[in-house]
Unconditional design. Structure first.
Length: 574
Protein backbone atom coordinates (compact mmCIF):
# COMPACT_ATOMS: atom_id res chain seq x y z
CA UNK A 1 0.00 0.00 0.00
CA UNK A 2 2.87 2.37 0.80
CA UNK A 3 4.50 1.50 -2.51
CA UNK A 4 1.28 2.28 -4.38
CA UNK A 5 0.87 5.59 -2.51
CA UNK A 6 4.41 6.62 -3.50
CA UNK A 7 3.70 5.60 -7.13
CA UNK A 8 0.45 7.60 -7.16
CA UNK A 9 2.27 10.67 -5.80
CA UNK A 10 4.95 10.30 -8.49
CA UNK A 11 2.33 9.95 -11.27
CA UNK A 12 3.26 6.31 -11.90
CA UNK A 13 1.00 3.24 -12.48
CA UNK A 14 -0.25 1.91 -9.15
CA UNK A 15 -0.14 -1.66 -10.49
CA UNK A 16 3.36 -2.08 -11.88
CA UNK A 17 4.71 1.09 -10.14
CA UNK A 18 7.12 1.56 -13.07
CA UNK A 19 5.45 3.11 -16.12
CA UNK A 20 3.83 6.54 -16.19
CA UNK A 21 0.08 6.48 -15.64
CA UNK A 22 -2.25 7.63 -18.36
CA UNK A 23 -3.83 11.08 -18.11
CA UNK A 24 -6.62 11.08 -15.49
CA UNK A 25 -5.97 7.38 -14.84
CA UNK A 26 -4.12 5.52 -12.12
CA UNK A 27 -2.73 2.75 -14.36
CA UNK A 28 -0.49 2.60 -17.39
CA UNK A 29 -1.63 1.46 -20.82
CA UNK A 30 0.07 -1.95 -20.54
CA UNK A 31 -1.54 -2.81 -17.18
CA UNK A 32 -4.93 -1.58 -18.38
CA UNK A 33 -4.72 -3.88 -21.41
CA UNK A 34 -3.67 -6.81 -19.19
CA UNK A 35 -6.70 -6.20 -17.01
CA UNK A 36 -9.00 -6.20 -20.02
CA UNK A 37 -7.47 -9.47 -21.23
CA UNK A 38 -7.95 -11.06 -17.80
CA UNK A 39 -11.60 -10.05 -17.76
CA UNK A 40 -12.06 -11.42 -21.27
CA UNK A 41 -10.51 -14.74 -20.26
CA UNK A 42 -12.70 -14.90 -17.17
CA UNK A 43 -15.80 -14.19 -19.22
CA UNK A 44 -14.74 -16.93 -21.66
CA UNK A 45 -14.27 -19.37 -18.76
CA UNK A 46 -17.67 -18.44 -17.36
CA UNK A 47 -19.26 -18.89 -20.77
CA UNK A 48 -17.57 -22.28 -21.20
CA UNK A 49 -18.64 -23.32 -17.70
CA UNK A 50 -22.19 -22.23 -18.42
CA UNK A 51 -22.19 -24.07 -21.74
CA UNK A 52 -20.82 -27.23 -20.11
CA UNK A 53 -23.41 -26.93 -17.37
CA UNK A 54 -26.10 -26.73 -20.03
CA UNK A 55 -24.60 -29.85 -21.66
CA UNK A 56 -24.71 -31.68 -18.30
CA UNK A 57 -28.34 -30.69 -17.88
CA UNK A 58 -29.16 -31.68 -21.47
CA UNK A 59 -27.56 -35.13 -21.00
CA UNK A 60 -29.43 -35.57 -17.72
CA UNK A 61 -32.77 -34.63 -19.31
CA UNK A 62 -32.09 -36.95 -22.26
CA UNK A 63 -31.19 -39.75 -19.86
CA UNK A 64 -34.37 -39.16 -17.86
CA UNK A 65 -36.48 -39.29 -21.03
CA UNK A 66 -34.77 -42.49 -22.23
CA UNK A 67 -35.28 -44.04 -18.79
CA UNK A 68 -38.98 -43.13 -18.81
CA UNK A 69 -39.34 -44.91 -22.16
CA UNK A 70 -37.39 -47.97 -20.87
CA UNK A 71 -34.46 -47.24 -23.22
CA UNK A 72 -31.97 -48.09 -20.51
CA UNK A 73 -28.86 -48.47 -22.69
CA UNK A 74 -29.40 -44.97 -24.12
CA UNK A 75 -30.05 -43.58 -20.62
CA UNK A 76 -26.79 -45.13 -19.39
CA UNK A 77 -24.86 -43.46 -22.21
CA UNK A 78 -26.33 -40.00 -21.50
CA UNK A 79 -25.69 -40.21 -17.76
CA UNK A 80 -22.12 -41.42 -18.35
CA UNK A 81 -21.50 -38.56 -20.78
CA UNK A 82 -22.76 -36.11 -18.17
CA UNK A 83 -20.41 -37.50 -15.50
CA UNK A 84 -17.42 -37.25 -17.84
CA UNK A 85 -17.66 -33.45 -17.91
CA UNK A 86 -15.00 -32.18 -15.51
CA UNK A 87 -16.76 -29.06 -14.25
CA UNK A 88 -19.74 -31.02 -12.88
CA UNK A 89 -20.54 -30.01 -9.30
CA UNK A 90 -20.54 -32.46 -6.41
CA UNK A 91 -24.37 -32.37 -5.91
CA UNK A 92 -24.90 -32.90 -9.65
CA UNK A 93 -22.41 -35.78 -9.70
CA UNK A 94 -24.15 -37.47 -6.79
CA UNK A 95 -27.64 -37.03 -8.28
CA UNK A 96 -26.69 -38.23 -11.77
CA UNK A 97 -24.58 -41.03 -10.33
CA UNK A 98 -27.61 -42.35 -8.43
CA UNK A 99 -29.68 -42.25 -11.61
CA UNK A 100 -26.92 -44.10 -13.48
CA UNK A 101 -26.82 -46.82 -10.82
CA UNK A 102 -30.59 -47.12 -11.05
CA UNK A 103 -30.65 -47.63 -14.84
CA UNK A 104 -27.61 -49.94 -14.74
CA UNK A 105 -29.84 -52.33 -12.77
CA UNK A 106 -32.11 -52.60 -15.82
CA UNK A 107 -29.49 -52.49 -18.56
CA UNK A 108 -27.56 -55.38 -20.05
CA UNK A 109 -24.33 -54.39 -18.28
CA UNK A 110 -25.05 -54.01 -14.56
CA UNK A 111 -21.45 -54.82 -13.68
CA UNK A 112 -20.31 -51.41 -14.91
CA UNK A 113 -21.98 -49.71 -11.96
CA UNK A 114 -19.04 -50.71 -9.73
CA UNK A 115 -17.00 -47.79 -11.10
CA UNK A 116 -19.85 -45.42 -10.18
CA UNK A 117 -19.96 -46.78 -6.63
CA UNK A 118 -16.20 -46.24 -6.30
CA UNK A 119 -16.63 -42.63 -7.41
CA UNK A 120 -19.67 -41.66 -5.34
CA UNK A 121 -19.48 -43.55 -2.04
CA UNK A 122 -16.17 -42.09 -0.74
CA UNK A 123 -17.61 -38.56 -1.10
CA UNK A 124 -20.57 -39.15 1.19
CA UNK A 125 -19.56 -42.11 3.36
CA UNK A 126 -18.35 -39.95 6.25
CA UNK A 127 -21.20 -37.44 6.06
CA UNK A 128 -23.77 -38.25 8.80
CA UNK A 129 -26.31 -35.93 7.19
CA UNK A 130 -26.37 -38.21 4.15
CA UNK A 131 -26.68 -41.47 6.09
CA UNK A 132 -29.94 -42.42 4.38
CA UNK A 133 -28.41 -41.87 0.94
CA UNK A 134 -25.37 -43.94 1.91
CA UNK A 135 -27.58 -46.80 3.12
CA UNK A 136 -29.50 -46.85 -0.18
CA UNK A 137 -26.29 -46.94 -2.22
CA UNK A 138 -24.79 -49.67 -0.02
CA UNK A 139 -27.87 -51.86 -0.55
CA UNK A 140 -27.57 -51.43 -4.30
CA UNK A 141 -23.88 -52.26 -4.07
CA UNK A 142 -24.73 -55.45 -2.15
CA UNK A 143 -27.07 -56.48 -4.96
CA UNK A 144 -24.32 -55.90 -7.50
CA UNK A 145 -21.90 -57.94 -5.38
CA UNK A 146 -24.35 -60.85 -5.63
CA UNK A 147 -24.32 -60.47 -9.42
CA UNK A 148 -20.52 -60.47 -9.27
CA UNK A 149 -20.49 -63.76 -7.29
CA UNK A 150 -19.36 -62.00 -4.11
CA UNK A 151 -22.41 -62.90 -2.04
CA UNK A 152 -20.43 -63.87 1.04
CA UNK A 153 -18.53 -60.55 1.04
CA UNK A 154 -21.78 -58.62 0.53
CA UNK A 155 -22.94 -59.43 4.09
CA UNK A 156 -20.52 -56.87 5.57
CA UNK A 157 -21.78 -54.22 3.14
CA UNK A 158 -25.39 -54.96 4.14
CA UNK A 159 -24.45 -54.74 7.81
CA UNK A 160 -22.92 -51.32 7.14
CA UNK A 161 -26.15 -50.31 5.38
CA UNK A 162 -28.14 -51.39 8.46
CA UNK A 163 -25.96 -49.18 10.64
CA UNK A 164 -26.37 -46.18 8.33
CA UNK A 165 -30.14 -46.70 8.22
CA UNK A 166 -30.20 -46.76 12.03
CA UNK A 167 -28.12 -43.55 12.08
CA UNK A 168 -30.61 -41.91 9.72
CA UNK A 169 -33.50 -43.16 11.93
CA UNK A 170 -35.34 -44.22 8.77
CA UNK A 171 -37.69 -47.13 9.48
CA UNK A 172 -38.33 -47.93 5.82
CA UNK A 173 -34.62 -48.13 5.10
CA UNK A 174 -33.99 -50.33 8.13
CA UNK A 175 -36.64 -52.75 6.86
CA UNK A 176 -35.12 -52.80 3.37
CA UNK A 177 -31.65 -53.41 4.79
CA UNK A 178 -32.82 -56.29 6.97
CA UNK A 179 -34.68 -57.83 4.02
CA UNK A 180 -31.53 -57.63 1.94
CA UNK A 181 -29.70 -59.50 4.68
CA UNK A 182 -32.41 -62.18 4.80
CA UNK A 183 -32.30 -62.57 1.02
CA UNK A 184 -28.54 -63.05 0.92
CA UNK A 185 -28.54 -65.42 3.89
CA UNK A 186 -31.12 -67.58 2.07
CA UNK A 187 -28.92 -67.61 -1.05
CA UNK A 188 -25.96 -68.68 1.08
CA UNK A 189 -28.01 -71.37 2.85
CA UNK A 190 -27.39 -69.86 6.30
CA UNK A 191 -30.94 -70.45 7.50
CA UNK A 192 -30.10 -70.47 11.23
CA UNK A 193 -29.27 -66.74 11.17
CA UNK A 194 -32.46 -65.68 9.39
CA UNK A 195 -35.15 -65.78 12.17
CA UNK A 196 -33.60 -62.95 14.21
CA UNK A 197 -33.67 -60.64 11.20
CA UNK A 198 -37.27 -61.57 10.41
CA UNK A 199 -38.25 -60.90 14.04
CA UNK A 200 -36.59 -57.48 13.82
CA UNK A 201 -38.55 -56.77 10.61
CA UNK A 202 -41.83 -57.72 12.28
CA UNK A 203 -41.06 -55.37 15.16
CA UNK A 204 -40.41 -52.55 12.63
CA UNK A 205 -43.79 -53.14 11.02
CA UNK A 206 -45.51 -52.85 14.41
CA UNK A 207 -43.48 -49.87 15.62
CA UNK A 208 -43.82 -47.75 12.48
CA UNK A 209 -47.33 -48.99 11.66
CA UNK A 210 -46.19 -49.91 8.12
CA UNK A 211 -48.22 -52.36 5.99
CA UNK A 212 -46.49 -55.69 5.47
CA UNK A 213 -44.64 -55.56 2.14
CA UNK A 214 -43.83 -57.85 -0.78
CA UNK A 215 -40.37 -58.73 0.51
CA UNK A 216 -41.77 -60.08 3.78
CA UNK A 217 -44.10 -62.56 2.10
CA UNK A 218 -41.42 -63.53 -0.46
CA UNK A 219 -38.94 -64.24 2.36
CA UNK A 220 -41.54 -66.27 4.26
CA UNK A 221 -42.25 -68.24 1.09
CA UNK A 222 -38.56 -68.99 0.54
CA UNK A 223 -38.21 -70.23 4.11
CA UNK A 224 -41.30 -72.41 3.62
CA UNK A 225 -39.73 -73.92 0.48
CA UNK A 226 -36.72 -75.01 2.52
CA UNK A 227 -38.94 -76.78 5.05
CA UNK A 228 -41.25 -78.26 2.38
CA UNK A 229 -44.42 -76.47 3.56
CA UNK A 230 -46.26 -76.25 0.24
CA UNK A 231 -49.39 -74.43 1.45
CA UNK A 232 -47.30 -71.68 3.06
CA UNK A 233 -45.20 -71.39 -0.09
CA UNK A 234 -48.18 -70.82 -2.38
CA UNK A 235 -50.03 -68.57 0.06
CA UNK A 236 -47.05 -66.28 0.69
CA UNK A 237 -46.02 -66.05 -2.96
CA UNK A 238 -49.59 -65.17 -3.94
CA UNK A 239 -49.59 -62.38 -1.35
CA UNK A 240 -46.17 -61.14 -2.52
CA UNK A 241 -47.37 -61.07 -6.12
CA UNK A 242 -50.54 -59.18 -5.23
CA UNK A 243 -48.49 -56.46 -3.51
CA UNK A 244 -45.93 -56.32 -6.33
CA UNK A 245 -48.69 -55.88 -8.93
CA UNK A 246 -50.31 -53.16 -6.85
CA UNK A 247 -46.99 -51.31 -6.60
CA UNK A 248 -46.52 -51.65 -10.38
CA UNK A 249 -42.74 -52.19 -10.24
CA UNK A 250 -42.01 -54.46 -13.23
CA UNK A 251 -38.64 -55.54 -11.84
CA UNK A 252 -40.19 -56.70 -8.56
CA UNK A 253 -43.07 -58.45 -10.33
CA UNK A 254 -40.71 -60.36 -12.62
CA UNK A 255 -38.33 -61.41 -9.85
CA UNK A 256 -41.25 -62.51 -7.66
CA UNK A 257 -42.64 -64.69 -10.47
CA UNK A 258 -39.16 -66.15 -10.95
CA UNK A 259 -38.80 -66.92 -7.25
CA UNK A 260 -42.29 -68.47 -7.27
CA UNK A 261 -41.19 -70.69 -10.17
CA UNK A 262 -38.13 -71.94 -8.28
CA UNK A 263 -40.26 -72.68 -5.22
CA UNK A 264 -42.84 -74.62 -7.25
CA UNK A 265 -40.08 -76.58 -9.02
CA UNK A 266 -38.51 -77.51 -5.69
CA UNK A 267 -41.89 -78.84 -4.52
CA UNK A 268 -42.32 -80.88 -7.71
CA UNK A 269 -45.09 -78.73 -9.20
CA UNK A 270 -43.48 -78.52 -12.64
CA UNK A 271 -46.46 -77.16 -14.55
CA UNK A 272 -46.88 -74.30 -12.07
CA UNK A 273 -43.14 -73.61 -12.21
CA UNK A 274 -43.30 -73.41 -16.00
CA UNK A 275 -46.28 -71.06 -15.90
CA UNK A 276 -44.60 -68.76 -13.35
CA UNK A 277 -41.38 -68.61 -15.37
CA UNK A 278 -43.36 -67.72 -18.49
CA UNK A 279 -44.91 -64.78 -16.60
CA UNK A 280 -41.50 -63.65 -15.32
CA UNK A 281 -40.03 -63.74 -18.83
CA UNK A 282 -43.01 -61.94 -20.37
CA UNK A 283 -42.82 -59.03 -17.91
CA UNK A 284 -39.04 -58.72 -18.28
CA UNK A 285 -39.43 -58.54 -22.05
CA UNK A 286 -42.29 -56.05 -21.95
CA UNK A 287 -40.36 -53.77 -19.59
CA UNK A 288 -37.03 -54.14 -21.44
CA UNK A 289 -35.17 -55.22 -18.30
CA UNK A 290 -32.19 -56.41 -20.29
CA UNK A 291 -30.31 -58.33 -17.61
CA UNK A 292 -33.46 -60.11 -16.41
CA UNK A 293 -34.54 -61.35 -19.85
CA UNK A 294 -31.57 -63.74 -20.33
CA UNK A 295 -31.81 -64.89 -16.70
CA UNK A 296 -35.48 -65.77 -17.18
CA UNK A 297 -34.76 -67.38 -20.56
CA UNK A 298 -32.30 -69.66 -18.78
CA UNK A 299 -34.78 -70.41 -16.00
CA UNK A 300 -37.38 -71.39 -18.59
CA UNK A 301 -34.82 -73.45 -20.53
CA UNK A 302 -33.98 -75.34 -17.32
CA UNK A 303 -37.62 -76.35 -16.83
CA UNK A 304 -37.91 -77.41 -20.49
CA UNK A 305 -34.69 -79.43 -20.14
CA UNK A 306 -36.12 -81.33 -17.19
CA UNK A 307 -39.29 -81.97 -19.21
CA UNK A 308 -37.13 -83.44 -22.02
CA UNK A 309 -37.95 -80.62 -24.44
CA UNK A 310 -34.32 -80.07 -25.37
CA UNK A 311 -35.00 -78.41 -28.72
CA UNK A 312 -37.04 -75.64 -27.11
CA UNK A 313 -34.54 -75.37 -24.24
CA UNK A 314 -31.80 -74.94 -26.85
CA UNK A 315 -33.76 -72.11 -28.51
CA UNK A 316 -34.15 -70.20 -25.21
CA UNK A 317 -30.48 -70.80 -24.44
CA UNK A 318 -29.57 -69.18 -27.77
CA UNK A 319 -31.82 -66.24 -26.93
CA UNK A 320 -30.09 -65.77 -23.58
CA UNK A 321 -26.72 -65.77 -25.32
CA UNK A 322 -27.89 -63.16 -27.83
CA UNK A 323 -28.11 -60.40 -25.22
CA UNK A 324 -25.08 -58.10 -24.86
CA UNK A 325 -23.08 -58.01 -21.67
CA UNK A 326 -22.98 -60.53 -18.88
CA UNK A 327 -22.38 -60.86 -15.15
CA UNK A 328 -20.80 -63.69 -13.16
CA UNK A 329 -24.24 -64.74 -11.86
CA UNK A 330 -25.59 -64.92 -15.42
CA UNK A 331 -22.48 -66.78 -16.58
CA UNK A 332 -23.05 -69.31 -13.80
CA UNK A 333 -26.58 -69.93 -15.01
CA UNK A 334 -25.31 -70.29 -18.57
CA UNK A 335 -22.96 -73.03 -17.39
CA UNK A 336 -25.55 -74.84 -15.25
CA UNK A 337 -28.17 -74.94 -18.00
CA UNK A 338 -26.11 -74.49 -21.14
CA UNK A 339 -23.65 -77.35 -20.65
CA UNK A 340 -26.27 -80.16 -20.33
CA UNK A 341 -28.36 -78.74 -23.19
CA UNK A 342 -25.33 -78.22 -25.45
CA UNK A 343 -24.11 -81.78 -24.72
CA UNK A 344 -27.56 -83.16 -25.52
CA UNK A 345 -27.75 -81.16 -28.78
CA UNK A 346 -24.08 -81.76 -29.73
CA UNK A 347 -23.59 -78.00 -30.03
CA UNK A 348 -19.86 -77.47 -29.58
CA UNK A 349 -20.04 -73.72 -30.23
CA UNK A 350 -22.54 -73.14 -27.43
CA UNK A 351 -20.52 -75.44 -25.18
CA UNK A 352 -17.46 -73.24 -25.59
CA UNK A 353 -19.49 -70.14 -24.70
CA UNK A 354 -21.03 -71.69 -21.59
CA UNK A 355 -18.21 -73.80 -20.13
CA UNK A 356 -15.79 -71.10 -18.95
CA UNK A 357 -13.45 -72.44 -16.19
CA UNK A 358 -13.43 -69.05 -14.43
CA UNK A 359 -17.19 -69.40 -13.91
CA UNK A 360 -16.64 -72.53 -11.87
CA UNK A 361 -14.19 -70.78 -9.57
CA UNK A 362 -16.51 -67.79 -9.16
CA UNK A 363 -19.30 -70.15 -8.07
CA UNK A 364 -17.15 -71.55 -5.28
CA UNK A 365 -16.02 -68.02 -4.40
CA UNK A 366 -19.64 -66.87 -3.99
CA UNK A 367 -20.29 -69.39 -1.21
CA UNK A 368 -23.81 -70.01 -2.54
CA UNK A 369 -24.73 -73.60 -1.71
CA UNK A 370 -27.61 -73.57 -4.21
CA UNK A 371 -25.20 -72.57 -6.98
CA UNK A 372 -22.18 -74.77 -6.26
CA UNK A 373 -23.97 -78.12 -6.59
CA UNK A 374 -25.60 -77.47 -10.00
CA UNK A 375 -22.50 -75.97 -11.61
CA UNK A 376 -20.26 -78.74 -10.31
CA UNK A 377 -22.58 -81.42 -11.69
CA UNK A 378 -22.78 -79.57 -15.06
CA UNK A 379 -19.01 -79.39 -15.43
CA UNK A 380 -18.66 -83.01 -14.30
CA UNK A 381 -20.95 -84.02 -17.19
CA UNK A 382 -18.63 -82.15 -19.53
CA UNK A 383 -15.53 -83.81 -18.11
CA UNK A 384 -17.11 -87.27 -18.34
CA UNK A 385 -18.13 -86.60 -21.95
CA UNK A 386 -14.50 -85.71 -22.72
CA UNK A 387 -13.12 -88.75 -20.95
CA UNK A 388 -11.74 -86.87 -17.92
CA UNK A 389 -13.26 -89.04 -15.21
CA UNK A 390 -10.70 -88.24 -12.51
CA UNK A 391 -11.14 -84.52 -13.04
CA UNK A 392 -14.90 -84.96 -12.72
CA UNK A 393 -14.50 -86.95 -9.49
CA UNK A 394 -12.18 -84.30 -8.00
CA UNK A 395 -14.70 -81.56 -8.78
CA UNK A 396 -17.63 -83.52 -7.35
CA UNK A 397 -15.63 -84.26 -4.19
CA UNK A 398 -14.85 -80.57 -3.77
CA UNK A 399 -18.53 -79.66 -4.19
CA UNK A 400 -19.99 -82.24 -1.81
CA UNK A 401 -17.62 -81.05 0.92
CA UNK A 402 -19.12 -77.55 0.67
CA UNK A 403 -22.82 -78.16 -0.02
CA UNK A 404 -24.89 -78.58 3.13
CA UNK A 405 -28.38 -78.30 1.62
CA UNK A 406 -29.59 -80.00 -1.55
CA UNK A 407 -32.48 -77.68 -2.39
CA UNK A 408 -32.37 -76.96 -6.16
CA UNK A 409 -29.04 -78.81 -6.37
CA UNK A 410 -30.55 -82.19 -7.18
CA UNK A 411 -28.09 -83.07 -9.94
CA UNK A 412 -25.10 -83.21 -7.58
CA UNK A 413 -25.98 -86.50 -5.82
CA UNK A 414 -26.95 -88.03 -9.17
CA UNK A 415 -23.60 -87.07 -10.69
CA UNK A 416 -21.72 -88.45 -7.67
CA UNK A 417 -23.70 -91.71 -7.66
CA UNK A 418 -23.12 -92.17 -11.40
CA UNK A 419 -19.52 -90.99 -11.76
CA UNK A 420 -18.12 -89.85 -8.40
CA UNK A 421 -15.67 -91.49 -6.05
CA UNK A 422 -16.99 -94.26 -3.79
CA UNK A 423 -16.15 -92.27 -0.65
CA UNK A 424 -18.40 -89.38 -1.71
CA UNK A 425 -21.50 -91.49 -2.42
CA UNK A 426 -22.70 -91.75 1.24
CA UNK A 427 -22.40 -87.98 1.66
CA UNK A 428 -24.39 -87.34 -1.52
CA UNK A 429 -27.08 -89.84 -0.54
CA UNK A 430 -27.25 -88.30 2.94
CA UNK A 431 -28.14 -84.90 1.44
CA UNK A 432 -31.19 -86.45 -0.26
CA UNK A 433 -32.17 -88.41 2.84
CA UNK A 434 -32.12 -85.21 4.89
CA UNK A 435 -34.42 -83.52 2.36
CA UNK A 436 -36.78 -86.52 2.40
CA UNK A 437 -37.38 -85.88 6.11
CA UNK A 438 -39.44 -82.79 5.22
CA UNK A 439 -42.98 -82.72 3.83
CA UNK A 440 -43.52 -82.66 0.05
CA UNK A 441 -40.33 -84.55 -0.68
CA UNK A 442 -41.42 -85.96 -4.06
CA UNK A 443 -38.47 -84.49 -5.96
CA UNK A 444 -35.93 -85.67 -3.38
CA UNK A 445 -37.52 -89.14 -3.25
CA UNK A 446 -37.36 -89.54 -7.05
CA UNK A 447 -33.69 -88.58 -7.04
CA UNK A 448 -33.02 -90.88 -4.11
CA UNK A 449 -34.51 -93.80 -6.04
CA UNK A 450 -32.27 -93.08 -9.00
CA UNK A 451 -29.22 -92.61 -6.77
CA UNK A 452 -29.93 -95.99 -5.17
CA UNK A 453 -30.18 -97.52 -8.64
CA UNK A 454 -26.74 -96.14 -9.52
CA UNK A 455 -25.34 -97.38 -6.20
CA UNK A 456 -26.74 -100.85 -6.92
CA UNK A 457 -25.08 -100.78 -10.33
CA UNK A 458 -21.75 -100.03 -8.62
CA UNK A 459 -22.23 -103.14 -6.49
CA UNK A 460 -23.44 -105.24 -9.45
CA UNK A 461 -26.82 -105.79 -7.73
CA UNK A 462 -28.79 -105.94 -10.97
CA UNK A 463 -32.12 -106.88 -9.37
CA UNK A 464 -32.03 -103.92 -6.94
CA UNK A 465 -30.80 -101.60 -9.69
CA UNK A 466 -33.76 -102.47 -11.93
CA UNK A 467 -36.23 -102.23 -9.07
CA UNK A 468 -35.03 -98.77 -8.00
CA UNK A 469 -34.74 -97.57 -11.60
CA UNK A 470 -38.34 -98.66 -12.33
CA UNK A 471 -39.47 -96.77 -9.23
CA UNK A 472 -37.49 -93.69 -10.34
CA UNK A 473 -39.11 -93.79 -13.81
CA UNK A 474 -42.59 -93.73 -12.26
CA UNK A 475 -41.69 -90.95 -9.82
CA UNK A 476 -40.06 -88.72 -12.43
CA UNK A 477 -42.92 -89.31 -14.86
CA UNK A 478 -45.34 -88.11 -12.15
CA UNK A 479 -43.22 -84.95 -11.75
CA UNK A 480 -43.11 -84.45 -15.55
CA UNK A 481 -39.32 -84.61 -15.35
CA UNK A 482 -39.18 -86.85 -18.41
CA UNK A 483 -35.46 -86.30 -19.06
CA UNK A 484 -34.66 -87.85 -15.68
CA UNK A 485 -37.11 -90.67 -16.31
CA UNK A 486 -35.15 -91.43 -19.48
CA UNK A 487 -31.91 -91.52 -17.47
CA UNK A 488 -33.51 -94.08 -15.17
CA UNK A 489 -34.64 -96.13 -18.19
CA UNK A 490 -31.04 -96.54 -19.30
CA UNK A 491 -30.58 -98.79 -16.25
CA UNK A 492 -33.37 -101.13 -17.38
CA UNK A 493 -33.27 -103.94 -19.95
CA UNK A 494 -34.35 -102.82 -23.42
CA UNK A 495 -37.83 -104.35 -23.21
CA UNK A 496 -38.35 -103.19 -19.63
CA UNK A 497 -37.74 -99.58 -20.60
CA UNK A 498 -41.22 -99.29 -22.01
CA UNK A 499 -43.68 -97.59 -19.69
CA UNK A 500 -46.35 -99.90 -18.29
CA UNK A 501 -49.01 -98.17 -20.36
CA UNK A 502 -47.21 -98.93 -23.62
CA UNK A 503 -46.48 -102.00 -25.70
CA UNK A 504 -44.66 -102.28 -29.00
CA UNK A 505 -46.92 -100.53 -31.50
CA UNK A 506 -48.25 -103.07 -34.02
CA UNK A 507 -47.80 -102.78 -37.76
CA UNK A 508 -51.43 -101.74 -38.26
CA UNK A 509 -51.00 -98.78 -35.88
CA UNK A 510 -47.91 -97.55 -37.72
CA UNK A 511 -49.97 -97.18 -40.86
CA UNK A 512 -52.14 -94.56 -39.12
CA UNK A 513 -49.17 -92.17 -39.25
CA UNK A 514 -49.06 -89.98 -42.32
CA UNK A 515 -46.23 -90.38 -44.79
CA UNK A 516 -44.52 -87.23 -43.52
CA UNK A 517 -44.91 -88.34 -39.89
CA UNK A 518 -43.33 -91.69 -40.69
CA UNK A 519 -40.36 -89.90 -42.29
CA UNK A 520 -39.98 -87.66 -39.24
CA UNK A 521 -40.27 -90.63 -36.84
CA UNK A 522 -37.65 -92.60 -38.80
CA UNK A 523 -35.12 -89.75 -38.61
CA UNK A 524 -35.92 -89.16 -34.93
CA UNK A 525 -35.18 -92.83 -34.24
CA UNK A 526 -31.77 -92.31 -35.80
CA UNK A 527 -31.08 -89.63 -33.18
CA UNK A 528 -31.47 -86.52 -35.36
CA UNK A 529 -32.58 -83.29 -33.71
CA UNK A 530 -35.59 -81.34 -34.95
CA UNK A 531 -33.27 -78.90 -36.70
CA UNK A 532 -31.41 -81.73 -38.47
CA UNK A 533 -34.73 -83.35 -39.47
CA UNK A 534 -35.94 -80.04 -40.91
CA UNK A 535 -32.79 -79.79 -43.05
CA UNK A 536 -33.12 -83.39 -44.23
CA UNK A 537 -36.79 -83.04 -45.20
CA UNK A 538 -36.63 -79.40 -46.35
CA UNK A 539 -39.25 -78.15 -43.91
CA UNK A 540 -39.27 -75.60 -41.10
CA UNK A 541 -38.35 -76.55 -37.54
CA UNK A 542 -41.84 -75.48 -36.43
CA UNK A 543 -43.37 -77.98 -38.90
CA UNK A 544 -41.13 -80.75 -37.56
CA UNK A 545 -42.21 -79.90 -34.01
CA UNK A 546 -45.85 -80.08 -35.12
CA UNK A 547 -45.29 -83.53 -36.68
CA UNK A 548 -43.48 -84.76 -33.55
CA UNK A 549 -46.35 -83.57 -31.33
CA UNK A 550 -48.83 -85.42 -33.57
CA UNK A 551 -46.70 -88.60 -33.51
CA UNK A 552 -46.45 -88.58 -29.71
CA UNK A 553 -50.19 -87.99 -29.38
CA UNK A 554 -51.00 -90.91 -31.73
CA UNK A 555 -48.57 -93.25 -29.95
CA UNK A 556 -49.53 -92.02 -26.44
CA UNK A 557 -45.97 -91.17 -25.42
CA UNK A 558 -44.57 -88.09 -23.69
CA UNK A 559 -41.07 -87.94 -25.16
CA UNK A 560 -39.44 -88.44 -28.55
CA UNK A 561 -36.90 -90.61 -26.79
CA UNK A 562 -39.62 -93.21 -26.12
CA UNK A 563 -39.99 -93.83 -29.87
CA UNK A 564 -37.32 -96.53 -29.78
CA UNK A 565 -39.27 -98.28 -27.02
CA UNK A 566 -42.67 -98.30 -28.67
CA UNK A 567 -41.91 -98.64 -32.40
CA UNK A 568 -40.62 -101.58 -34.39
CA UNK A 569 -37.63 -101.12 -36.67
CA UNK A 570 -38.42 -98.73 -39.57
CA UNK A 571 -37.65 -101.51 -42.05
CA UNK A 572 -40.79 -103.34 -40.90
CA UNK A 573 -43.10 -100.39 -41.54
CA UNK A 574 -43.56 -100.86 -45.27
Amino acid sequence: MRKRERARGAGLCIVCCKDKARRSRTTCLRCAQSKLQRKARQRARNRQKSELQHIVQAHERAGDTARDYCLYEIAVQHYQDALKIEIISSPDRLRIGEKLISVFSFSGKPGEMNAVFDRILPEILCDPERAAKVAQLLLKKATQMWRDSKTRESLSVIQQAIQMAELAKNGYLEIDAHFKMVSHLIILGRYVEIPRYLQKIESFYKHYDIPVGRSYYASRAQMAVVSGKAEEVYLNYDRALAIAKKEGNAHNISTTWNSYSLGALSLGNTELAKSCEEQALLIARQSYILWLVPMNCLGYADILRRMNQHDMAHAYLLEALSYPGTTPSLQRQLAVIGIPVALQMNDEKILQQCALPLTLELAFQSGEAAGIGPIASAFSQLYIARGKRRKAQALLHRAVQVVQDIDLGWDLPLAIAAHGADADVPLARGLLEARCAFPNFKVAQAHLSLVDAFIARRKARIDIMQERATCAVEQFEALHWYAYADIARTLLPVRARVHEAHDIVPFAHIKTLTGRERQVAELALKGLTNRAISENLSMSVRTVESHMASIMERLDIRSRYQLADVLDEPSTWS
